[in-house]
Design a protein around this ligand. Sequence first.
Ligand code: F6R
Length: 615
Amino acid sequence: MCGIVGYIGSRNTVDVLLNGLTSLEYRGYDSSGVSVYDRDDGEIKIFKAEGKLNNLKEILKNDTTLKTPGIGIGHIRWATHGVPSVENAHPHTCNCGNLVIVHNGIIENYLELKSKLENLGCKFKSQTDTETIAHLIAQKYKEEQNLTNAVRNAVKELKGAYALCVMHRNEPNLIVAARKNAPLLIGVGNNENFIASDVPAIISYTKHACYLNDDEIATVWANKFEVCDLEGKIINKRVEILPWESQTINKMGYKHFMLKEIHEQPDVVRNVLSNKLIDANTKIKLDEVKLNSDTIKNLSRIEIIACGTSLHAAMVGKYIIESMTKIAVDVEASSEYIYREKTTNENTLVIGVSQSGETADTITAIRQAKQTGAHILIITNRPDSTMAREAHSLVPVNAGIEVSVAATKSYMAQVLSFYLFAIYLSEIKNTMNSEQLINLKFELLKLPNLVETILQHEDEIKKCASKYASTKDFIYISRGINLASAYEGALKLKEISYINATGYPAGELKHGPIAMLDETMPVMVIMMPGVVYEKILSNAQEAKARHAKLIALTSSNDPKLYDTFDDIIKIPQICEMLSPALTCVPLQLFAYYIAEFLGKDVDQPRNLAKSVTVE
Ligand code: F6R
């Protein structure tokens, strides 16, 4: 949700900024811009473009005015205040143009600040909240001509979330950065420094980084940086070595990152299981879970909070944990948890699930839960994220960088992490007998090969998708542990193809949604053999009687299915408990191929951003 970069050093600044923004494009793609200080003519220059980053790259490629920039800031935007346009694209400036700023976040009191600033003579050129910050800092700068102090004094008046990079023409050897409720880190190099919203923007230049915390302000020169608090007191910061390999983001021959990431899932499963599940006879090891065994034995309630796809993984997690440990589990969207009476306390375990670890709603929710005394455990793909750093316990999911905005392999890794965590709890609480546990672990170890088998049948799923690509609406139904798979399958389809797809509990069809059914409405029925199989089959027959087109996603060999279903997507057999780890894969491929047939921008669907850092 907006990405920012800054660079100061002797490299080609525009290249560093554009490379950084390319790696952050998952955070938004409504517009982009860079601002550089040209040492030759002592001017700050700004370049902006509406739409994808390539539009900005084209402008910069053809520009002949840039000479020797050695310092600059850049931005990629996901529009919040003001439509996507060049005038609303960052960087923004103050009246005289001496100060430039890029911002990620939302300033909640910007209207109030704007009217005060207008009374002081500030002229606004955009509809953004960010421009308010530019004018505010410029006003503060007039007082003592020191950019760090000006930023520090200005941010004290801001309400909301911000990660900022600010440059001033009168102080051309430094960038000032500040953060509150939006991620920001300094990449520390050799006589050069970087600032970025996220690691991928800097990792090909340096593995040394310093994460800023809320209410910290950093002054960054080429050869050093200094961090202070809101009162100007210097804070000693630790430079960490990033546990990331320098990597170029590469589709490896696949047409889209989404397809590549779907295909990475067998290895993702292997990675998640490796070290934690050694063999079927050994207890699960989760080194970063800091709950002691007495707490686990007395644990009576778990609350899981998450958004979007991670929320669907949480729904699967509820089933798994309740079945294996008999602990009551509630699942709630983070955005709902935030605004209701809290019932969590020191006896509750609160699990936050987040691919990015930076989703604003989930961060706020876990902070609130932490204040109630609950133990906070985070299941995340980003052990370096804000959530991970605020948690008491961690389950890193090891899915690797996920570039496509639609989450696929991270969902798989989250679901698997729930199996591991539930077995871990169960081994301490003694809620399953050893034979059950061994069988389950044995089945878990088979998953990578089973996922591979599904991928080998990709062409059949593609063929099925081609038959439904022209539909306007879709319903996904299931029951039990795969209800979340229905929700997730529908979300995948709607977010990348823009087809109106909705997941329903199969038993709920007859309480309303069945009214929508006719021959134009396809229904995807996820029905894995198990306790609810026959019930789902009956629900499917009810839909058939209303002339709906039916697709079964199943491992069943039941010949009766051919009488009821128009199409059958067959997947390998697995116990019902583990089946969500298989059903997600064909649903991802089905959505992918429909979007691909429709010619949609699969990796960067309209209106979305991968990391939703605003509430
Ligand atoms: C959908 C998708 C989103 C995210 C949601 C939460 O494919 O990716 O629904 O799952 O924005 O993001 P994280 O998991 O980063 O908290």
